[in-house]
Ligand binder design. Structure first.
Ligand code: PMV
Length: 335
C-alpha cells in the first residue's frame, strides 16, 4: 500500500477514489533533557524527516452511516470498523479524539495509516501515527486545526502508551520543528545558528520508556535530594545547549551532550550496548554522544563533524547499531 496511489485491485476498471486528506508527519529525537523533563526541567527535541507516519482519508461507500474504518496493515488491521476495536486501542482513541474535535462524519470514511518509523525505538512512532491520523481525519471533516490543538489531542493517546508522558513527542512531531520544551508550557522554537549533523543509532535493544520512567521514579522516591540535583543539572545543560545551538557552536553542544549522558547514566537508564555505541561514536571523532529518549536500549544520538559522518556511521554499526539515520539542523530546518 502506498498513500500516493490509491489502492486498486489489479485488473479492475479505473475507479476514481477521492482522497479527502493526506498527511505526513516526521519522527522525532530528543537532543537533550530526557527524564528530567518529566520532573519539570526543559528538553530539546528535533524532528527526524528521514522517517515518517502517513495517514490518508477516503470515502468508504461500503460502510455503515457515520462509520470510520481503519486500514493499517502494519498492525494487522484491514478495513476494520473502529467501533470494533477495544475501547483503549490507541487508534480507536485517536479517532475518537479527532471526531470529538471535528464532529461525526457525514458519510462512512476509511483512514489508511502507515509508518516508516520503527516502533519502540525512541523515534516517536506512536505520537507521529496519532498526529497523522488526527490531522488527516479532522482535515477531511473540514477542520484545519493548529499544531497545538492536534498535539493536545494526540497527548490523550500518548497517555495510553506511556502513562505519564511529558508531551515532548506529540509536541515535536505536531509542530515538526526543533523545539525547547517544558511540561505544561507551549513549545518555543529553537534558534539554530549553524549546521549540525546528527547521527541517530538504534541499538536494536528493545526498550520500554514506561519501564525506564518508572525506574527513575523509584530512584527519585528513594533519594529525592540526589535525583532532583541531577534533574536540575540536566536542566542547566539543556539551557547551555540551547545557547550553543543558537551560536552555531557544535563543539560546545557536543561537550554538553557528553555531560548529559553521564547524568543519564547516573539515573540508571543506560545499557551496556548504549555505552558501547556512545563510546564508539566519541572514539571515531564525534563532538559528543549520548543516549536519547527513554534509554535502557533504544537510541543514541551523536553530533558529528560533517566530514567524519560516514566513518562515524560505520563505527556505530561495528559497535552494534542496527540502523543509523542522519538528520541535519540548519539555520532553516532542512526537510
Ligand atoms: O523514549 P522516547 O523517545 O519516547 O522519550 C521518552 C522521554 C522521557 O523523557 C524519558 C519520557 C517523557 O515522557 O518525556
Amino acid at each position: 500500500m502506498t498513500l500516493s496511489e490509491p489502492h486498486r485491485p489489479k485488473g479492475s476498471p479505473m475507479r476514481e477514489e477521492k482522497v479527502l486528506a493526506q498527511v505526513r508527519v516526521p519522527g522525532k529525537v530528543i537532543l537533550m533533557g530526557e527524564h528530567a523533563v518529566v520532573y519539570g526541567q526543559p528538553a530539546l527535541a528535533i524532528p527526524v524527516f528521514g522517517v515518517e507516519a502517513r495517514a490518508e482519508v477516503v470515502p468508504f461507500p461500503a460502510g455503515q452511516p457515520g462509520e470510520v474504518v481503519l486500514d493499517a496493515p502494519q498492525v494487522e488491521l484491514r478495513n476494520v470498523p473502529v467501533s470494533s476495536l477495544p475501547a483503549t486501542h490507541p487508534l480507536r482513541v485517536a479517532v475518537a479524539q479527532a471526531l470529538g474535535a471535528a464532529g461525526p462524519p457525514p458519510f462512512p470514511l476509511k483512514v489508511r495509516v502507515e509508518a516508516t518509523i520503527p516502533m519502540a525505538a525512541g523515534l516517536g512512532s506512536s505520537a507521529a501515527v496519532s498526529v497523522a491520523l488526527i490531522r488527516a481525519l479532522t482535515r477531511a471533516l473540514g477542520k484545519d486545526l493548529p499544531p497545538e490543538v492536534i498535539s493536545a489531542l494526540a497527548y490523550e493517546v500518548e497517555k495510553i502508551h506511556h502513562g505519564t508522558p511529558s508531551g515532548v513527542d506529540n509536541t515535536t512531531v505536531a509542530f515538526a520543528r526543533p523545539g525547547y520544551f517544558r511540561k505544561g508550557h507551549p513549545p518555543e522554537p529553537l534558534e539554530v545558528g549553524g549546521t549540525f549533523v546528527l547521527l541517530i543509532g538504534d541499538t536494536g535493544v528493545p526498550a520500554s520508556t514506561k519501564d525506564t520512567v518508572a525506574r527513575v521514579r523509584e530512584g527519585w522516591l528513594r533519594d529525592k535530594t540526589g535525583y532532583e540535583a541531577r534533574f536540575r543539572a540536566i536542566g542547566t545543560l539543556v539551557e547551555q545547549g540551547r545557547r550553543a545551538l543558537a551560536q552555531g557552536s557544535a563543539q560546545e553542544l557536543g561537550r554538553l551532550m557528553d555531560e548529559n549522558h553521564e547524568l543519564l547514566r547516573s539515573l540508571g537508564v543506560s545499557h551496556p550496548v548504549l555505552e558501547r555505541v556512545v563510546f564508539a561514536a566519541r572514539e571515531a571523532g564525534a563532538w559528543g554522544a549520548k543516549l536519547s529518549g527513554g534509554g535502557g536500549g533504544g537510541n543514541i544520538i551523536a553530533l558529528v563533524p560533517p566530514e567524519k559522518a560516514a566513518g562515524i556511521r560505520q563505527a556505530l554499526q561495528r559497535a552494534g547499531a542496527v540502523r543509523v539515520w542522519t538528520t541535519t539542523l540548519r539555520p532553516q530546518v532542512e526537510k
